[in-house]
Design a protein around this ligand. Sequence first.
Ligand code: XMP
Length: 513
Amino acid sequence: MMLKEKILVLDFGSQYTQLIARRIRECKVYSEIMPYNVPLKNIKEFEPKGIVLSGGPSSVYDKGAPLLDPEVFELGVPVLGICYGMQLMAHMLGGKVAKARMREYGRAGLAIDAENSLFKGIKKSLTVWMSHGDRIEKSPKGFEMLAHTENSPIAAIGDRKRGFYALQFHPEVAHTEKGREIIKNFVYKVSKARPLWTMKSFVETSKEEIRRRVGNRRVVCGISGGVDSSVAAVLVHEAIGNNLTCIFVDNGLLRAGEAKKVEDTLKKSFKMRIRCVDASERFLRKLKGVTDPEKKRKVIGNEFIRVFEDEAGKLKDVAFLAQGTLYPDVIESVSFKGPSATIKSHHNVGCLLKRMRLKLVEPLRELFKDEVRLLGRELGMPDEIINRQPFPGPGLAIRIIGEVTGERLEILRKADSIVLEEVKRAGLYNELWQAFAVLLPVKSVGVMGDERTYENVVALRAVNSVDGMTADWARLPYDLLGKISNRIINEVRGVNRVVFDISSKPPSTIEWE
Ligand code: XMP
């Protein structure tokens, strides 16, 4: 990023780290997340106006607890520590941290005791969200106490001179009253960052950065038909024009009619160079007999890489691979960015890069889905692509529990089309994060006409979410549920029962595999 007004978030493994970055960007100041142990050199190069230390699951006294390079405190840059970030600041700057007698989770009443920039313009008592086991017993030198709760006599501290502040509670979560205001104060008043970041400026700086990185060399981009890869492709195309070639791999695991629609739009509206490969047969062959979810993902990921490599190999002088990786993909798949655990493996293109000697261009890797949609709109992409619900890389394969066969794909495609049609007709498509059908490896008895049937069960999944990280099952109207069930059972041969999934994420995931 060439922008000067930026805040850096260092990740110590909190599930809320990404929310901190979002809240800062909502203040129109660009924010990025880096792992807590990123080399000091990278931090200096980023030139942050302020640094936030996230929360995390550790205790500063744990063996191997994540620590910070002490030089970070010498950069002359304001620092805000949240939860673990607070304890770490206290621990490293000479205060005292101890196990709290009472662990504090959930709501707590905060009383603000001292005037200061962080709480400027905010009332004196707030409901805040706590989640911690340790607490500060003694503030480090130079810090004054700013606020307390019943169980944390030291719930907020600050050193005005250095612009160091630390909070025991989480200002980034929606349950903390005036949390946004507190973050805004840190960004504007303490760090003195100005609100210059908009999607327009993001487009400009990203284009500059892509051009600087790529120069006159060629780039390939795999497009899947989803929002992310399409937006990434359009952005790179805007930056370098026809030095970009897109490869669309039809893995045969897409929804009905999907491949064609996306190809048409990108070719017609954006005049991009796109090569389409129909590799359905290859994928199906490889999936024969595979039932384990992680194995499926690996098989599909590997085959994708092979097909892609074959196709990209036909192009001359390609030096970069562009991908539409988003922030949640990054944290959910690898611990690149911090200590969050692996949940499901996403495509890993590492070996492709190595074998083809390609470098990665990932212009969306700091963004969330809703931000990618804003970006797509800024780039003038049609609603039809931008508002498309997310669709996983492994496609329908991870919505067919058990073995993926041509026949089962056909059943699921038909059921899935009905779900989408009815959800759209009910005017709910744009409101829902995702709505789809899952084919279960279960048969159940039914009766059709006078005959007993013994057929497949389809599960209907519909969720609301802001970023795919957490989700709640959507309370679809009964009429709509009835209509979908009726139509699937009547129109899709091989299905005689439809059930509705009422699990939230966590502890379930959105996809079934
Ligand atoms: P889960 O099932 O992990 O899904 O709750 C979260 C969001 O990510 C999508 N998803 C994927 N997207 N490749 C993708 O590009 C994948 O392997 C993948 N797995 C899940 C899922 O559809 C949901 O929106």
